[in-house]
Design a protein around this ligand. Sequence first.
Ligand code: ATP
Ligand SMILES: Nc1nc2c(ncn2[C@@H]2O[C@H](COP(=O)(O)O)[C@@H](O)[C@H]2O)c(=O)[nH]1
Length: 204
Amino acid sequence: MAEKGLLLVLSGPSGVGKGTVKSAIVKNKVFPFEYSVSMTTRKPRPGEINGKDYYFVTQERFKQAISQNELLEYNQYVNNFYGTPKAPVKKMLDEGKDVLLEIDVNGAKKVRKQMPDGVFIFLTPPDLHTLHTRLENRGTESEDVIMGRIKQARQEILVMQDYDYAVVNDTVANAVDHIKAIVEAEHVSVKRVIDTYRKMVKED
Ligand SMILES: Nc1ncnc2c1ncn2[C@@H]1O[C@H](COP(=O)(O)OP(=O)(O)OP(=O)(O)O)[C@@H](O)[C@H]1O
Ligand SMILES: Nc1nc2c(ncn2[C@@H]2O[C@H](COP(=O)(O)O)[C@@H](O)[C@H]2O)c(=O)[nH]1
């Protein structure tokens, strides 16, 4: 039996740089992973691609996904729904691939209950002022929406204590280095190695 992949859950306030850090890991081939593409009722931003960045769906399709138990978790964030399709995540993990979920703190809490062996990483801004500036500079949300996201960020930062690791995104290079170190260490954690041996012994 192949060793199961690691479930990597990356959370943190909107605008902290989750997507930027993830892209840097991919671009520089820092470590291999599969990205879990979420479903959302939010409208695409310029340049976002359906099926790559998100599955952009209607409210009706999202409700159907909930009722048919297709989602590992879902949450309403500000005015839209976001959810993680369950089947692809399970399949990729079973194939031994590491899977990255980029989701909000409420979603991460729900995933933790179902998959406690996941590695939960909280990406945090150096401070809230920097977070505000990053959201403004990104220029994808109105000031009203930005204020909603900053309000949400104040709550989100308080739940950092529920995570396994906290990484400060001061520079993208630093954040990437820290996440690389976490993933490398988790691959050789005693718990993981013991689990693999137990499975081997069972199969003998
Ligand atoms: N370390 C950094 N230093 C300066 N700017 C950064 C850094 N990391 C990200 N940014 C910038 O901050 C903005 C927000 O980044 P990004 O879109 O990656 O955040 P996010 O956490 O994925 O947001 P969301 O959850 O809303 O999708 C972008 O304009 C990005 O270029
Ligand atoms: N609970 C979930 N949260 C998700 C998921 N996919 C993304 N997100 C989070 O939503 C906010 C807003 O995202 P944005 O793309 O509109 O800026 C952000 O914190 C994302 O991490 C998901 O499947 N489940």
